[in-house]
Write a protein of this length. Structure first.
Length: 590
RNA sequence: GCAGCCGUAGCUCAAUUGGAUAGAGCAUCUGACUACGGAUCAGAAGGUUUGGGGUUCGACUCCCUACGGCUGCGCCA
């Protein structure tokens, strides 16, 4: 009897069927299946409690009735018991565990099993989104890391995912920058070209600072910078070329970071792309009466809202220029019309919650008034990366820490550690391992906690490799691969014929954990919170380590050996699949 | 001032959104057979979930209130 990938949904379906045979489903019976505390079972159904309360029934008697009405196959697959006021507990029988493990025997099969959940859906994930002409810093880390994990999770559950880097490539900063560029070129063209050839983005950053400084000190320079901006906006060929060069250089530098984090965007549609699409927004919002003039600007109020009744959503400044509210509205429309998305996830700092709330509220009314179907819009917010002083992480001199420097340091620290732990490995291999461990540690530290809160960035905790860290998980992978290597077996084609169902306490605990992979992925994806998957992988690695310590794998008894090799192999593919879903690379040894 | 988020073990964090005895890791303490990697495993100890009130079969979770912290609030994105 085959089981589907997602065992909890299988139980949910069976319980609904039982409920409907009893005439409960029409009255609103919901099974409420979830993963249970191992002390009680593998899965539990809590729905009888809420339903009995609503219908003034005896909850335990109701639960018993539902259990008695379950189809026979389900009762063959699980040990079922009632507990407490009316919880229904399900424990997978060993043969059922063996059946699931037999079916899901490769990353491809895990993938195809999971891919039914969101097949046919199209999602756009808006993440990273740095400003051009500046280097990326720690403030850009979380959006990139969380966003990429969400892309992979959504794709794994079957959605068509579009990765969109909504870069800030069109702002007032370009006036000052172009002005400073021209000044520098006039002063010493060769020196400028030389500096730009060597460190292009760093040089543009220096030029911007110089321009900003000069403009603040001298109103005439400010006017000159503004004039350069107007020329750029009017399509002046020279300024346009400088602007293009800045963006090219910026994107090339960003890609060096993205390569380390496993990120590749499908589209890079920044603010400049929407520049000519905002007039339509003004016209539509004015026409339906959503937008109004206020102090010379075009704004949207939401009278029913406690804050936004008074706090305006400014969609056109009084000087007539667009801002990010206008381009964000144009972006929603473009994603609807051009990509025809079902959902969009905006992976953006919690400090922009007001803006996102206003954007979504405005879009909802606007789409409703114009008969469009609004996609599911999600603000995937996240907290700040703090230093050990509980303040936003900065360098000692108070500067933002460059992402490039941060990743360099992570790899270097990992190298020190790998060299200490695996001194016998050749240097080149230690370097390669450290590159993976270092970057993975940074990614995992970010992903493994609830994104909503701030988190404290501590090198020692992150790379110390104890507890819930990337290294602990990578180590578990390396140990499994080591078993296959030592036994001269192919980890991709393990000899598992004749494997018997799990038997010892640690085998059973590991097998149960493996089956729950589906729930962890579903939870992380539906809540758009990768830390649920991290927690699961940590627990899986723990269950494996306990099994490894208790049960020897390479034993003489062929049935025992086959089933333990099977457990090793399934743990390997689930761990690797899970880590890849988070955007981490894995290792054969470390 | 108005609004949003938050406050859980000494420290860093969980708790499937109202479910069973609030769980992990670090740090501390006690143990582990020459077994495939000890970057490991088994165990102990650690809590009035910031204080107070309320809602109900049941509250870290929802409501009210006080205190403490972070954040946002008309033309930067």
């Amino acid at each position: 009897m085959d089981l589907p990938f997602h065992v909890a949904s299988h139980l949910d379906t069976a319980l609904r069927a039982a409920g409907s045979r009893l005439g409960l489903t029409d009255r609103g019976f919901q099974p409420e299946v979830r993963v249970a505390d191992p002390a009680h079972g593998d899965f539990q159904a809590n729905g009888a409690l809420a339903f009995a309360k609503k219908e003034k029934l005896h909850p335990r008697a109701l639960a018993q009735q539902v259990v008695d009405t379950l189809e026979a196959t389900v009762r063959d697959q699980f040990d079922i018991s009632l507990a407490g006021p009316g919880f229904i507990n399900f424990r997978l029988k060993p043969a059922t565990l063996a059946s699931w493990l037999g079916q899901f025997d490769s990353e491809e099969h895990l993938r195809s099993g999971a891919a039914t959940a969101r097949s046919g859906q199209k999602w756009i994930v808006d993440y990273s989104s740095p400003n051009t002409a500046k280097q990326m810093h720690v403030g850009h880390l979380r959006s990139a890391v969380i966003g990429e994990a969400l892309c992979r999770l959504l794709a794994f559950s079957g959605a068509h995912v579009i990765r969109d880097n909504h870069i800030g490539d069109w702002g007032t900063q370009f006036g000052k920058l172009i002005w400073a560029y021209k000044q520098a070129a006039q002063k010493d063209r060769d020196a400028l070209d030389h500096a730009l050839a060597r460190e292009p983005l760093e040089e543009f950053e220096r030029l911007y600072k110089a321009g900003n400084h000069a403009a603040e000190a001298d109103a005439a320079i400010m006017d000159a910078a503004r004039a350069e901006l107007v020329k750029l906006q009017d399509g002046d060929a020279e300024n346009r070329a400088i602007w293009q060069h800045i963006n090219d250089v910026s994107l090339a530098a960003f890609q060096q970071i993205y390569d380390q984090l496993g990120i590749k965007f499908d589209v890079t549609l920044g603010e400049s792309f929407y520049n000519d699409k905002v007039d339509r927004i003004y016209a539509e919002l004015t026409k339906i009466g959503l937008a109004q003039e206020s102090d010379g600007a075009l704004v949207v109020f939401h009278p029913e809202h406690p804050r936004f009744a008074k706090q305006p959503f400014i969609i056109r400044k009084k000087d007539g220029a667009s801002n990010y509210a206008s381009t964000d509205l144009a972006t929603v429309l473009y994603r609807h019309e051009h990509f025809q998305i079902d959902g969009a996830a905006y992976v953006i700092d919690f400090r922009q919650s007001d803006h996102m709330d206003q954007l979504f509220l405005t879009a909802r009314k606007w789409f409703a008034a114009t008969g469009r179907k609004l996609p599911q819009l999600e603000h995937v917010d996240f907290g700040t990366v703090l230093g050990e002083d509980n303040k936003p992480l900065k360098t000692r001199s108070g500067e933002n820490i460059r992402l490039r420097a941060l990743l360099d340091e992570a790899r270097e620290r990992a190298y020190q550690l790998v060299s200490e732990k695996s001194a016998d490995f050749p240097e080149a291999e230690r370097r390669a391992i450290a590159d993976v461990v270092g970057v993975a540690s940074v990614q995992y530290a970010d992903l493994s906690q609830n994104r909503s809160s701030d988190y404290v960035f501590t090198w020692d905790k992150m790379i110390s490799l104890d507890g819930n860290t990337a290294a602990y998980l990578l180590y578990a992978v390396a140990r499994i691969r080591s078993i296959f290597r030592k036994a001269n077996l192919d980890a991709a084609q393990p000899p598992v014929a004749g494997a018997t169902p799990p038997e010892t306490a640690t085998e059973l605990a590991l097998a149960r954990k493996l089956v729950q992979f589906a729930d962890a992925v579903q939870l992380a994806t539906n809540q758009l919170r990768p830390h649920f998957l991290c927690l699961y992988l940590f627990e899986l690695a723990g269950a494996y380590s306990a099994f490894y310590a208790a049960d020897k794998v390479i034993v003489d008894d062929p049935a025992v050996r086959a089933r333990r090799l099977l457990l090793c192999h399934r743990t390997l593919i689930v761990l690797e699949t899970g880590l890849h879903l988070l955007g981490l690379r894995t290792l054969a040894r470390m």
